[in-house]
Design a protein around this ligand. Structure first.
Ligand SMILES: [Zn+2]
Length: 260
């Protein structure tokens, strides 16, 4: 499906409801050759410094040693603010597994994140990533399956890890939900540790509350025997090892984001 009229990237960004910054000159920014028909949305992390909203913005515009900018069509700051960087061809994907993932066919979104697996994705940033991806799918007539992470499109496989800490199947399922119902919730509770029963030093916290909320048991924040027995039952029903431990598979199955 090729759109009959050009897509206005700033308008698409604003349709998400997020704050939008149009970086001066974005409409004319792009490498020689230009964009072809857009077939893919590729999500990245910047691997920039911790702290501010979008410390990598200048790099996205100007590039870095050995790679000239622009490096992405959009940046997404930690606050969820969307920066419109360039309308033309951007160099973000590098070597890819399929021509439909190549720079000329792909909109690049760079979300500000250190990429060390520790720096969190704030829920506002995650929400903007979902909503912007959905808005782009709508604008270009793409399915949620065309929203991919750099680590999924790169060649050779394993060359890239980004966007680290973002569960991409969950991203696509949230994009699908937003396409069906624009007000669908897009921020999922995050689990940062294995939940294991330890009667001597019982685990407690918001993550336990999130699990209890999903299981429909009393929400008291303690990972105790009652909660664990319900987890085991749930695991059995979902053909998982009924070990009573909430790890990646169980967390995802419960609709939580796993932070491994
Ligand atoms: Zn990347």
């Amino acid at each position: 499906v090729s759109p009959t009229k050009p897509v206005d990237l700033a308008q698409v960004a604003r349709s998400t409801g997020a704050a939008v910054v149009e970086v001066a000159g974005w409409r004319d920014r792009g490498h020689a050759g230009g964009m072809g028909a857009v077939a893919t949305i590729v999500v990245h992390h910047t691997a920039g410094p911790a702290g501010d909203d979008m410390p990598s913005l200048d790099v996205l515009v100007r590039g870095r040693a050995g790679l000239a900018g622009p490096l992405a069509h959009y940046g997404i700051g930690r606050s969820g603010k969307i920066y419109v960087v360039a309308a033309g061809l951007c160099w973000h994907a590098g070597q890819v597994r399929d021509a439909s993932f190549a720079n000329a066919s792909a909109i690049g979104i760079e979300a500000e994140n250190v990429g060390d697996g520790v720096d969190p994705w704030p829920s506002a940033q995650r929400t903007s990533t979902v909503r912007l991806s959905a808005a782009l799918c709508r604008a270009y007539g793409l399915t949620p399956g065309r929203v991919l992470g750099h680590r999924e499109v790169c060649a050779p496989v394993g060359r890239k890890v980004d966007p680290r800490g973002l569960d991409l199947s969950m991203l696509r399922s949230d994009v699908k939900a937003v396409l069906a119902e624009p007000s669908a919730p897009t921020a999922r509770p995050v689990l940062r540790r294995l939940l294991v029963l330890d009667l001597d030093d019982m685990m407690h916290g918001k993550d336990v509350e999130a699990v209890q909320g999903r299981l429909g048991v009393k929400v008291d924040g303690w990972y105790g025997p009652l909660t664990v027995s319900v987890v085991r039952d749930w695991q059995r029903r979902h053909r998982l090892d009924p070990d009573g431990i909430v790890g990646p598979a169980t967390a995802r199955g419960l609709g939580l984001t796993w932070w491994g």
